[in-house]
Design a binder for this molecule. Structure first.
Ligand code: C2O
Ligand code: CU
Ligand code: CU
Length: 488
C-alpha cells in the first residue's frame, strides 16, 4: 500500500459516516485522511438472512445479468448464476462425479474455477479455458478429496475481480463418511455465510478501481452476507455450525462474536482440523474459509449476538475499523444432544523430510514502475507478471515440495492461493510469527500480512497439466500477480 494519493471514495463515505456519529474530531486532519479506509456503512440488521438454494447431484448455472435486493428496499443490477446474486450451494459426496453446465449469458467471456477442488487440468477453470459470450461449458468433476467447504467463481484473466464482485460465486460443499460420523449440527443449524464487501453508486454496484485501489484492493462500504446487507438470523439456544467464506475481492475480516462468545473452529479450507480450536478472533483473507461451531446454549430468548470484524491494524487502509456483519437473534430455547468431540479427524502431518524441492517465491515486489498505476508498478510474483502460455514452475506428479511465499519485504496484504493441490502450513516467520488456529489443517489459500513469510508443504496430485497460483486479492490477480505451474 502506497499512501500516495487520495482514495477517491473515502472522502465521501467517511463524511457520510461521520455525519451520523461523533467520531469527527480535530485529530482527523486532511493528512490523516490519506489512505483512510472506506468507512463501513452499517445497516439495520432487520432483514432475515437468505440461504442460497442447494443443488444436489450437479447443477446448471447460467451466468447472467440480474437484479437483486442487496440493500434493503433497493434493487441493484448484478451478475448471478441464479436470480439475484451468487449461485446455489452445490453439494456432493466424496467419490461421486458432479456434472455442471455453464451457460454464458454475459457479454464477455467467463468460466468457472472450483476453488479448493483437486481436478483434472481441463476442468479446473484455468483462464485459458473460457466460454465466449453466448457460449457454454460442461464440467465433469470427480470428487476425489475429503469433506470440506469449497467454492466456485469465474476465472477469465483480467475479468475475475469484476465478475466476482458483481455477484458470480457460490459454495461447493463436499461430504464424506468421516465427517458425517461426527453428527455435527445440520439442516437449519448448518448455515453458509458468504462475506463480501460492495461499493455502490446510487442503487447499483459499481466496479471501477483506480490505481490506488489496484494497490490496496477494491474496498466496499457495505458488507453483504449471502448477498444481503446487514441481515439477521433467528436462532435457537443450541449449537450452530457456520461455514464462512470470505468471497470479497480484497477485504480481510478479523472475525469475532459479541457478548463474550467464542468460536470453535472445526475446519478450514480443506476440511476438518484434527481437533477443535477455540478462539475469540480469527483473521480471514479473501478466498479462505473457516468452519466454526457456536454454542448458543443457555442464552435467553431475545438475546442478540453479532458476528463482527474487529479492527486489526493502524497502518493498513482496511484494518482500521470495527463493524458488524450479521445479527443472531435468539427466538426460542432448545435442548441439544450434541457434544463437541475432542477429536475431529485423522490429519496426517506431511513430513518435511519427504520434500524433494524447496521453492522460494517472492511476492513482495512491484515491477515496471513507469508502466503501472501512476508509478507504483504492477504486482508480480518472482519479478514476473502473468502470461497465459509461459510455464513458470514445473513439478512432478506425486512428489512433495516446500513452497515458501515471501512477503518479508512487502508492505501489502497478499492471500496466496494454489490451484490443484491442498497444502499444510509448516511455519510463519515475521509478522504474526505463528501458524494460527485456522491454519492447522489442509489449506489452499494462505494469508500473508506485510513482513511475513510462510512455509507450505504439499504433495502434488497425479493430474498432469498446467495450473495457476496467484494472489487472491482479485485486483492483484487481474493485475498479473499470477503464474503458471505445470505438473508433469
Ligand atoms: Cu479462488 Cu484461482 O482462485
Ligand atoms: Cu482455486
Ligand atoms: Cu496480493
Amino acid at each position: 500500500m502506497k499512501r500516495r494519493d487520495f482514495i477517491k471514495r473515502s472522502t465521501l463515505s467517511a463524511l457520510t459516516a461521520w455525519a451520523g456519529s461523533s467520531i469527527l474530531s480535530a485529530c482527523h486532519t486532511e493528512e490523516d485522511m490519506i489512505g483512510e479506509p472506506n468507512w463501513i456503512v452499517e445497516g439495520s440488521f432487520d432483514r432475515a438472512l437468505t440461504i442460497p438454494a442447494v443443488s444436489n447431484g450437479g447443477a446448471s448455472l447460467n451466468a447472467q445479468f440480474s437484479v437483486g435486493e442487496l440493500l434493503k428496499g433497493r434493487s441493484s443490477t448484478t451478475l448471478s448464476y441464479a436470480n439475484g446474486l451468487l449461485g446455489p450451494t452445490i453439494k456432493a459426496n466424496a467419490g461421486e462425479t458432479v456434472n455442471v453446465s455453464l451457460q454464458n449469458s454475459l457479454s464477455e467471456e467467463t468460466n468457472i474455477h472450483w476453488h479448493g477442488l483437486i481436478l483434472p487440468e481441463n476442468m479446473d477453470g484455468h483462464p485459458k479455458d473460457v466460454a465466449s459470450a453466448g457460449g457454454s461449458l460442461n464440467y465433469s468433476l470427480p470428487i476425489i478429496q475429503r469433506a470440506g467447504t469449497y467454492w466456485y467463481h469465474p476465472h477469465p484473466h483480467g475479468l475475475t475481480a469484476k465478475q466476482v464482485f458483481m455477484g458470480l460465486a457460490g459454495m461447493f460443499i463436499v461430504n464424506d463418511p468421516e465427517e458425517a460420523a461426527l453428527n455435527l449440527p445440520s439442516g437449519e443449524f448448518e448455515v453458509p455465510i458468504i462475506l463480501q464487501d460492495k461499493h455502490f453508486e446510487g442503487n447499483n454496484l459499481e466496479y471501477s478501481p483506480n490505481d490506488d485501489e489496484i494497490m490496496t484492493g477494491y474496498l466496499g462500504e457495505q458488507i453483504l452476507v449471502n448477498g444481503q446487507h446487514a441481515p439477521f438470523i433467528s436462532v435457537a439456544s443450541t449449537w450452530y455450525r457456520l461455514r464462512i467464506l470470505n468471497g470479497s475481492t480484497a477485504r480481510v475480516y478479523n472475525l469475532g462474536l459479541t457478548g463474550g462468545k467464542q468460536m470453535i473452529i472445526i475446519g478450514s479450507d480443506g476440511g476438518l482440523l484434527a481437533s477443535p480450536e477455540t478462539v475469540s478472533s480469527i483473521l480471514l483473507g479473501p478466498g479462505e474459509r473457516i468452519d466454526v461451531l457456536i454454542d448458543f446454549n443457555g442464552l435467553e430468548v431475545g438475546k442478540e449476538i453479532y458476528l463482527v470484524s474487529n479492527k486489526f491494524s493502524e497502518y493498513n487502509v482496511q484494518g482500521r475499523q470495527s463493524f458488524s456483519l450479521l445479527k443472531f437473534k435468539v427466538d426460542r430455547t432448545q435442548n441439544s444432544n450434541f457434544t463437541l468431540p475432542s477429536t475431529l479427524s485423522n490429519l496426517d502431518p506431511l513430513n518435511p523430510s519427504l520434500s524433494v524441492k524447496t521453492r522460494i517465491i517472492d511476492i513482495a515486489q512491484t515491477i515496471g514502475g513507469e508502466g503501472g498505476h501512476g508509478g507504483m508498478g504492477r504486482h508480480s510474483i518472482n519479478g514476473k507478471i502473468f502470461e497465459m502460455d509461459r510455464v513458470d514452475e514445473t513439478v512432478s506428479a506425486g512428489t512433495t515440495e516446500i513452497w515458501e511465499f515471501d512477503n518479508s519485504a512487502g508492505d501489502e496484504i497478499h492471500p496466496m492461493h494454489i490451484h490443484g493441490v491442498q497444502f499444510q502450513v509448516l511455519e510463519r516467520i515475521g509478522g504474526r510469527n505463528k501458524v494460527i488456529a485456522s491454519e492447522k489443517g489442509w489449506k489452499d489459500t494462505i494469508l500473508l500480512m506485510p513482513g511475513e513469510k510462510v512455509k507450505l508443504i504439499m504433495t502434488f496430485p497425479d493430474y498432469t497439466g498446467v495450473f495457476v497460483f496467484h494472489c487472491h486479492n482479485l485486483e492483484h490477480e487481474d493485475d498479473g500477480m499470477m503464474l503458471n505451474y505445470k505438473i508433469i
